[in-house]
Design a protein around this ligand. Sequence first.
Ligand SMILES: NC(=O)C1=CN([C@@H]2O[C@H](COP(=O)(O)OP(=O)(O)OC[C@H]3O[C@@H](n4cnc5c(N)ncnc54)[C@H](O)[C@@H]3O)[C@@H](O)[C@H]2O)C=CC1
Ligand SMILES: O=C(O)CCC(=O)C(=O)O
Length: 450
Amino acid sequence: MAFKNSYLKKVYDDVAARNKGETEFLQAVGEVLESLEPVVEQNPDIIKTGVIDRIVEPERFIQFRVSWVDDAGNVRVNRGFRVQFNSAIGPYKGGLRLHPSVTGSVIKFLGFEQTFKNSLTGLPMGGGKGGSDFDPKGKSDAEVMRFCQSFMTELCKHIGADTDVPAGDIGVGAREIGYMYGQYKRLRNEFTGVLTGKGLTFGGSLGRTQATGYGLLYLTEEMLRCMKNDSVAGKTVVISGSGNVAIYATEKAQQLGAKVVALSDSDGYIHDPDGIKLDIVKDIKEVRRARIKEYVQSVPTATYTEGCTGIWSIPCDVALPCATQNELDGASADKLIQGGVTAVAEGANMPCTPEAVEKLQAAGILFAPAKAANAGGVAVSGLEMSQNSLRYGWTFEEVDSKLHDIMLGIFHAAYDASEKYGSAGNLVMGANIAGFLKVAEAMIAQGVAY
Ligand SMILES: NC(=O)C1=CN([C@@H]2O[C@H](COP(=O)(O)OP(=O)(O)OC[C@H]3O[C@@H](n4cnc5c(N)ncnc54)[C@H](O)[C@@H]3O)[C@@H](O)[C@H]2O)C=CC1
Ligand SMILES: O=C(O)CCC(=O)C(=O)O
């Protein structure tokens, strides 16, 4: 990390010393602190409030044992986490990830980012995140249910509709939220909006399934319109991943008139130059929970290639990384630039490495960071909380129109902050600053012992 400001360098060094080896968390903290240099320069009094020293330390970090019994009768043990990062502007809010790569560092980076993302939505939500190193791949429905029940048996002691409201993330969709909600209700005997992403028959919001992918395209469209007088229509788009975010990003991109030519999973990627047939992908991923390579059995003109990073060699106008953190590195950024990319927007959380972001920005590529670009999911989660509190449900069109307005608001908040703090068009800096300022103001108003 290259800090010009000695105070920010000291904050970063303290975080690095306290969180040794937590590379993902340190990467996320370093990026935000770098963005705050002009804020500290313009308002040196902020140092005395200690708000920056406080915002990088989670309010609470919970780690717990999750034991469950597999179909063969064996006892299995996983590690569960919930980080309650910041509650200055609302109850902790953020998803749960089930993936073998989950560690304390991954959960902390996600919870830290969530704090600023939630602030950008304009809704009253603090930052949190959780999950487990449980691997849902290859598990039966009954095993997933038993795991989710055991996980919630501990998690329910720490969450609540006005305290902390988890939702889905990688490996957690409608099925897992249903099992967890059922267990919460059994244990607590209360029907509240304690989770979002719920099924539509028990308090879920229309539009939550589509929200992150649709929101990503609403923001990308606004970025192209305002910064390049252009639009998504007619563009060739490459999207990584083939989960919730990637599928609904593809759907909205196609509705806006773009051609999506590639998708991937953790084994490899498909390239369909004629345009991805989304109904086939939905059947493979949402119904059969199978691998993306099966696509070429239905579409023989498409190709399948093993490995994840090759997808960025496919020439495109717009690239939307929607799989996982650090999936797009400096070499992949070079390939995208050579392939003529003009805009990159992050659907996943922190999918581009710092080197990739630097290269894309230096090449003049429009770049929308995750905190802004993928905030649509949590925004509609916030709308689900509102509907639960009202004991009411809005139509799909009502939710979608609010989502659209929120995403445009996020783009303009980030753009305006980038201008005000001297880096017009640098949306990484703008999103970090705009997200930070609201949380910081609330923390200062609430006093030092939060
Ligand atoms: N679901 C949501 O509402 C939101 C999700 N996100 C982020 O979006 C990303 C994707 O999440 P979801 O779509 O919800 O998860 P998901 O579990 O529905 O799908 C994840 C997909 O990524 C693929 N994948 C995993 N590692 C990969 C790799 N190295 N290369 C290529 N593909 C890989 C998986 O095979 C799967 O198809 C994550 O970073 C998540 O944190 C961000 C905001 C909201
Ligand atoms: O809907 C939510 O509460 C969380 C979504 C999420 O995990 C994210 O924005 O990364």
